[in-house]
Write a protein that binds this ligand. Sequence first.
Ligand code: IPE
Ligand code: IPE
Ligand code: MG
Length: 247
Amino acid sequence: MGTGEKTDPKHPPRIAEHVAIIMDGNGRWATSRGWPRLVGHRRGAERVREIVRACPDLGIRWLTIYAFSTENWKRSTEEVLGLMAIFARYIEREADRLSVEGVRLRFIGDRSRLDPKLQKMMAGIEARTAGGTRLNLTVAINYGGRDEITRAMRAMARDVAEGRLAPEAVTEALIASRLDTGELPDPDLIIRTSGETRTSNFLPWQAAYAEYEFSQTLWPDFTGQELAAIVRRFGNRERRFGGVVNG
Ligand code: IPE
Ligand code: IPE
Ligand code: MG
């Protein structure tokens, strides 16, 4: 296995069925080479292809990646526009490949602030890949966990005010179903690259019981092999969900 970890036969390795990744470090990857930040973002987008391809063999059924946060609008206009262009190009270029490979693509986040042309492309590729069953790929764009919860609460408050929803009917399951991730299972494992150990508003509700892994690798250098090693480590961790585990 290479990691020196042994598998206990009483606790067979678990599979991380839903892996979520905070793809961080593109800017530092580029500036450390004296290149513009956008070069790093371009390399980062290329990495996504390799990682998506590595998932099915690792038993990963759901992959959710953080591409642009609600806070990332604070960056320069040049960087924001550049990121949006890279994103549009990714959709254009990958549409055929994803549908052939059986990948179903979804987006989470507030789309209303995105360019209407981009919104149309997003809806188009979601419809086009809706039959994919090999991997569920979800891209978080203009996503912020607090923003997501706020939008869901506002919609539910409207339903209560207009008599469509009784306050007693508000349960954890109902809230979960009203989030952008309503169709997704909770993530088992969240990986952040680039050495930062914060979650930056990514899936705060959904990650209540997720395991975290922080990698020093900058996203443009992250490989399928490193993902495999992280997933293997996850398989040997013991998750308790608040209970106790009897040998
Ligand atoms: C992650 O890389 C990509 C986005 C947030 C869009 P960064 O651009 O945050 O890279 P660093 O953290 O500045 O190195
Ligand atoms: C988080 O990275 C958002 C994405 C990876 C899209 P940031 O680089 O924006 O987060 P902070 O600023 O370090 O918290
Ligand atoms: Mg960053």
